[in-house]
Design a protein around this ligand. Structure first.
Ligand code: LLP
Length: 385
C-alpha cells in the first residue's frame, strides 16, 4: 500500500485528499490490455468511476475508449483527448441537448434505454440531417449477486429495455430511418465478485443476439458492460483484478460470431489505485462508551459507506503505538450516517494522525459533493511526491 510507504511526505499536504498510485494504475492497465488484445476485445473505461484528468490521460495512452452516462461526461472525455469514435453513451434519462451534443460530436454509439428514447433520438437525428449509430441496451434480468443498491440488470430495474418490449417493438424500431442499430448493450451491475455470474450473462446474451439477428438487426458489436469487482476487504492481496479469469469465461461462453465484444470497466481499472487520506481531528467517547475518532474527511469526499453501507479498509499510517483498540470512524458532515466504519481496530489514534481509506479510486472523487460548503478534495499523484 502506497500511503504507508510515503506517509512522511503526505504529512506536508493539506488533508483530506485522494492519493493516486500511478504505477499501480499503469500496471493494472497493462494487465487489462494485454489480455484484452489476446482476445481482440475492445475496452471502454466507465468515466463515471473517476474523471480525474491525469488518470484519464494515462487511460487514453493505454488505448481504451470511454463509456459515458451524461453529455458532460462525453464532453469531459473529448476534452481529455479521446477520439469521439471511441466513445459510447448510455443512460436512462438523456436530455435533448445531451443527445444533440453526442450526435454533433459523432460518437461511436448512443446506447438507448427505452423505446421512447429511440424515437426521440431518431427525431433529433432527423432534424440534424444525420443517421445515428445506436445500440439497444437490453435488460437481461440477471441477478449479479452484489449489493442491491448497485445492481442494474434485474427485471424491475430502471435500466435497459425489457427483451419482451424489444420483441414487440421490432417493426417500430425498424421504421426509425435516422437510426442505424449497430449494437446490443447490457450492464448487469457493479462490484461483481462471483465470476459465474458472467457465465449466466453470456448464456442470456447469446440468445438475445441470436434472436435480434434473426429479426434482421445487423449488430456490429455486443457490449457486455463492466461490473468486475475489487477486493475491498484485503486490497493488498489483490491490487490488480483478475481480468484474465473474466475474459476466459467470456471467451468460453459468449457465442456472438465475428461481432466485436466490448467491455466497460470502471471500478476494476481505478478502484485500487486511489486512497483517501484524512487527518484525525478529535477523539471522544459517547455516553454509551463508543470511542469515536473524528476525521477531517466525510461523506462529502467519500459517500460510499453512507450511501450503500460499503466497506473501505482503514489504517492509521502514522501512529507508532503498539497497543490497539476499536474505534468508530466518523466524518465532519452534519449527518448521522456520516460514519466510515465501526469497530475498526487501530493502534491508539491521536489528533494529527493520518488515516487512509483504501480502494477509494472508483466512485470516490466522482461522487464527492459540496454539502456543508466543503471544498472538493484535492488529488496527489505518486509520481509527483
Ligand atoms: N457501464 C454502465 C452502463 C454502468 O452503468 C456502469 C456503472 C459501468 C459500465 C461501470 O461499472 P463498474 O465496472 O465500475 O462496476 N457508485 C457505485 C457504483 C455505480 C455503478 C454505476 N454504473 C459504487 O460506488 O459502488
Amino acid at each position: 500500500m502506497l500511503s504507508r510507504q510515503v506517509a512522511a511526505k503526505l504529512a506536508t499536504y493539506e488533508t483530506p485528499f485522494y492519493l493516486y498510485d500511478i504505477d499501480l494504475l499503469n500496471q493494472t492497465l497493462d494487465s487489462l490490455m494485454s489480455v484484452a488484445r489476446r482476445y481482440d476485445y475492445k475496452i471502454h473505461y466507465a468515466i463515471k468511476a473517476n474523471y480525474d484528468k491525469r488518470l484519464l490521460e494515462i487511460i487514453r495512452k493505454h488505448g481504451l475508449g470511454i463509456d459515458c452516462a451524461s453529455g458532460n461526461e462525453v464532453k469531459c472525455a473529448i476534452e481529455a483527448g479521446f477520439d469521439p469514435k471511441t466513445i459510447v453513451y448510455a443512460g436512462v434519462g438523456k436530455r435533448d441537448k445531451e443527445i444533440r451534443y453526442a450526435i454533433e460530436q459523432g460518437i461511436y454509439a448512443i446506447n438507448c434505454e427505452s423505446i421512447e428514447e429511440l424515437g426521440v433520438v431518431n427525431d433529433i437525428a432527423g432534424d440534424m440531417g444525420k443517421v445515428v449509430s445506436v445500440a439497444l441496451r437490453v435488460n437481461p434480468d440477471i441477478d449479479p449477486r452484489t449489493n442491491h443498491c448497485i445492481d442494474t440488470g434485474q427485471a424491475d430495474s430502471k435500466f435497459g429495455i425489457s427483451y419482451e418490449e424489444i420483441l414487440s417493438s421490432v417493426e417500430y424500431i425498424r421504421s426509425l430511418k435516422n437510426l442505424d442499430v449497430i449494437g446490443m448493450h447490457i450492464h448487469i451491475g457493479s462490484q461483481i465478485r462471483e465470476l459465474h455470474v458472467f457465465e449466466n450473462m453470456c448464456n442470456k446474451v447469446n440468445v438475445i443476439v441470436e434472436n435480434l439477428t434473426s429479426l434482421g438487426f445487423e449488430l456490429e458489436f455486443v457490449d457486455v458492460g463492466g461490473g468486475l469487482g475489487i477486493n475491498y476487504d484485503m486490497p493488498e492481496n489483490e491490487p490488480i483484478p483478475n481480468f484474465a479469469s473474466v475474459f476466459a469465461i467470456i471467451k468460453q461462453h459468449l457465442q456472438v460470431g465475428k461481432r466485436e465484444v466490448h467491455f466497460e470497466f470502471g471500478r476494476a481499472i481505478v478502484g485500487e489505485c486511489g486512497e483517501l487520506i484524512t487527518k484525525v481531528l478529535f477523539n471522544k467517547t459517547t455516553a454509551t462508551g463508543r470511542r469515536l475518532v473524528i476525521v477531517d474527511a466525510s461523506m462529502t469526499e467519500l459517500i460510499r459507506p453512507a450511501l450503500y453501507g460499503s466497506y473501505h479498509n482503514i489504517e492509521n499510517i502514522t501512529s507508532k503505538e503498539e497497543q490497539r483498540t476499536k474505534y468508530t470512524i466518523v466524518g465532519t458532515a452534519c449527518e448521522s450516517t456520516d460514519v466510515f466504519d465501526e469497530n475498526v481496530s487501530l493502534p491508539i489514534t491521536k489528533r494529527g494522525d493520518l488515516l487512509t481509506l483504501k480502494s477509494a479510486g472508483a466512485y470516490g472523487m466522482s461522487m464527492a459533493s459540496r454539502y456543508n460548503q466543503h471544498d472538493l478534495p484535492a488529488a496527489v499523484y505518486s509520481d509527483e511526491l
